[in-house]
Design a protein around this ligand. Structure first.
Ligand SMILES: Cc1ncc(COP(=O)(O)O)c(C=O)c1O
Length: 364
């Protein structure tokens, strides 16, 4: 039987185009995946904690209250101001469903993280894209595009895929200029950055900060993120979806990782920062143009060689992210390389890159 995703002639037809579904590149066994910005490898002991858990954990619907209280205490906010979500992805989706609607707009950087586009479209909102190519956040352009229709403003910092950051002054100015809009500060890579803006902006009434355990904490497979905002905004987000979206084993693993993972996390972050420096040096020495980054990845402009470098790395067992379909955003000749945060994986990356570049010839 052949499967087709074309709309049927007879039967239910959705306003959603199936071609817009997110597709992750396939990866074979033994491939080093450096295409999704995942963080540190958790210790095996974390799974041991789960093996010793009471099976009641599985029988009952999940209870996120202890995790929300733990995260809220770490940030010094009341627990009702923090909501645990199925990754930051779910927080983005809830924020869009709750605050965007047809006829209203979301301002977001271009390029940026694709799930904002997807969730905004599902909520029926319109996107206003603001180019962000210089390292500095385009604060004047954002402020200049605010109007009565602006419902949500997304500031992704560090931005994905560029790694650039907004400053505290940028976020404060934008929040003040858009008092009736929700300013979503996507801070999922903040552990790798120079400054964590969370404490300084979290009490602004229209700011929602998104964080995750998927990146520096190493739990992307668990799908645990969280959103921190005013009690009102968080209560609205709780109402904008189902009550049990994070599975109980993920909640238990998140609690264990927060308890045991602080030291591995800081060692991982230090290692990633070093790899960022080394990889950028290697790429620049080969005549390519890596961007400065404050995240766990480097975006590098490769010109006409992008496709062959991507293929050459894959042939040597290293998968990095390419963007062949994102022509309008100026990404089609760029590659985004996740920093593995591990000496032997970094060596693998570095060697595969060296061989690929040698095979290519060093002239762009
Ligand atoms: C900028 C940005 N925001 C949010 C997310 C989603 O993170 P999570 O795994 O917590 O859903 C990602 C994931 O890559 C991201 O790059």
């Amino acid at each position: 039987m052949t499967a087709t995703t074309n709309a049927p002639l007879i039967g239910p037809v959705s306003r959603i185009d199936p071609a817009t579904a997110y597709h992750r590149a396939a990866s074979g066994p033994g491939m080093l995946r450096l295409d999704s910005n995942e963080g540190v490898l958790p210790s095996r002991a974390l799974l041991g904690d789960l093996a010793n858990a009471d099976p009641e954990l599985l029988r009952r619907y999940p209870d996120v209250s202890a995790l929300e209280a733990t995260l809220a205490t770490r940030l010094g906010v009341a627990p009702q101001r923090l909501m645990v979500t199925a990754g930051a992805d779910e927080a983005i989706d809830r924020a869009c469903r709750a605050f965007l609607e047809p006829g209203r707009t979301m301002l977001l950087p271009d390029p940026s993280f694709d799930m904002f586009d997807c969730s905004a479209a599902l909520a029926g909102g319109e996107l206003v894209r603001i180019p962000w190519w210089d390292d500095a956040f385009p604060i004047d352009a954002f402020v200049g595009r605010l109007d009565a229709r602006t419902a949500v403003v997304a500031v992704v910092s560090p931005n994905n895929p560029t790694g650039s950051v907004a400053t505290l002054a940028d976020v404060r100015r934008l929040a003040a200029a858009a008092p009736t809009a929700l300013l979503v500060l996507d801070h999922v890579y903040v552990e790798y950055a120079d400054a964590d803006l969370t404490p300084a902006v979290v009490d602004l009434p229209n700011v929602l900060v998104l964080r995750t355990l998927s990146k520096a904490w190493g739990l992307a497979g668990c799908r645990v993120g969280y959103a921190i905002g005013s009690a009102y905004v968080v209560a609205v987000l709780r109402a904008a979806g189902g009550p049990y979206t994070v599975a109980a084993p993920s909640v238990a693993l998140a609690l264990s990782q927060l308890e045991r993972g602080a030291e591995p996390l800081s060692a991982h972050v230090a290692r990633v920062r070093e790899e960022r420096r080394l990889l950028s040096g290697q790429l620049a020495a080969a005549g390519l143009a890596p961007r400065p980054s404050q995240a766990n990845f480097v975006l590098v402009e490769c010109g006409p060689r992008a496709a062959s470098i991507h293929t050459g790395l894959a042939a040597r067992g290293v998968l990095v992210r390419n963007f062949p379909d994102r022509r309008g955003e100026g990404l089609e000749t760029a590659l985004r390389i996740t920093l593995p945060g591990d000496a032997s994986d970094f060596e693998r990356l570095s060697e595969a890159l060296e061989r690929t570049l040698d095979a290519e010839g060093r002239e762009p």
